[in-house]
Design a protein around this ligand. Sequence first.
Ligand code: FAD
Ligand code: NAI
Length: 507
Amino acid sequence: LAARAHASPFRDNSPATATTMDSRLADSPPATPAPPAEPRTKSRVVVLGSGWGAVAFIKNVDPRMFGEDGPYELVLVSPRNYMLYTPLLPSAVGGVVSENSIVESIRSLMHDKGRYYEARATGIDPASRTLTCVKQFCEVCAARMDNGADVVHTDVDHTFTVPYDVLLCSVGAVSATFGIPGVYEHCWFLKSMEDAQKLRKHIGKALEQAALPDVTPEQRKKMLSFVVVGGGPTGVELAAELHDLMTEDVAREMPHILDDVSITLVDGLDSLLNSFHAEIQTYAGEVFNRSGINLRLGCKVTAVHVGKIEVQRKDGSADVVPFGTCVWATGIAMHPLVAALQAQLPAEVQGSRRGLLVDPNLRVMGSQGTIFCLGDAAVTGATTKTALPPTAQVARQQGEYLAALFSHHRLGLQEQPEPATGDLVPLPAGAKPFQYLHLGSLAYLGNQKGVMDLPFKTPFLKTLRGYLGGQTWRTLETFMQISPRTRWMVFMDWVRAAMFGRNVSDI
Ligand code: FAD
Ligand code: NAI
């Protein structure tokens, strides 16, 4: 380990050498001279991301391995200096829990285990084991870079590089749009905290605009029609939270507009929650029908225009669904950084359209053992049936597994690939493969009702439904929080909402 570390000419802040997604930035000369290289004596483990997989790793890894006498140094790179508890994102849109209650600072989670850089990785070069990162210091420049435009602060070098010995890639995924025209232009998403904040504000504004005196009844109906595309757990839970917001709080504070509110859920398949047990799929449909949520099942969205979506029914006929607000929740697609890395790896061992294929120890195939991948970015099986689902539960267990691997073994780095395996970072003998333990799935259906797919392999007691399911969901979502602080805050949010209702203002 040490031999390789001394032999490697590691350079922080050196000019970019990696293949980047934004070569214009990588090529731009640094305006200030690079500071001298930091001498390194340890193997550097770089973690990309601050979500479920990455945080499970840093929370569980033995700090002694990254301490003064440990063999590794830890660096975490992520544009978000917090971990987001995604399962309660729909509740944050509805206003039951506050946004601050479901995030935890990444620095408090890291403690003294290593360094954190607030930056976005834009390129991974597996050959030189170098990351190219873009600083996040200026929102204007970051937004312009995202759109491929010139940055405003041309006097600042926006990129820097980070060398690694071993990389843990846990950058998650992006919202899938399947190239359907108009989605980006006219729909809202629910993937990040920014998405939830923008959507919540927009809903508050829509309610207020609809209550203005010059609005005709037709305009009001249109403004208050909320359409959710995607009947997976994200779409279902969002529709449920919208339903609760309207029937509990808008009904109390703005009763004169309530009759014009409509919530419609559109899905190309014939049932909701298709990854859940069949009993739950049927039950979820019944609950939504009773709640007055319009279900447009068997309707695939083919295009989105201003204020309307085009759908195609199973029999081939077309229809149009008008909307005032449309939220797009049709699952996930590969992160562009992951796609760029995949393109650099041997095609014979990669090629999944969902993410990076990993071996049983979560090492990226074709990376000579130098890159581990976990969470939504990783594909654990060759076929859709054998691959693990992209859930927080999987990402968390994978992070815990890698934490144990790094805590119990010293991964030996080689200057030359080990002849037997061709690996630069061979696995130690005795390293067990990752094994997933399914603990069940939960979803909230509104009106205090919820469902749970139980993990027991018995012919009876396969699911939990109704009020009991709702209370189980609420209890588990509180106890599974990221930290004692967020656990307390989420608990207090439920109490606050039960006593005083939600805040429907658009702050
Ligand atoms: P994420 O948790 O998405 O984290 C990715 C991290 O990478 C983020 O910190 C991000 O900022 C960072 N990142 C992104 N790009 C870069 C870059 N270029 N460089 C560096 N860092 C980068 N799953 C469940 O099991 N149960 C649930 O109830 C549930 N509810 C959900 C509700 C919603 C609304 C959503 C959207 C998802 C839900 N999921 C749920 C799915 C779950 O959130 C994901 O499976 C999980 O977040 C995947 O973890 P991850 O670590 O792979 O990625
Ligand atoms: P999903 O992939 O589970 O569901 C997407 C839905 O969109 C599918 O039902 C699909 O038929 C539909 N769809 C796709 N294209 C469409 C089109 N053009 N028109 C109409 N419908 C279309 O996606 P979701 O809900 O975003 O979840 C992503 C991942 O996160 C999943 O693995 C899920 O299990 C997990 N998750 C789990 C939760 C839980 O356990 N409570 C909550 C939220 C997410």
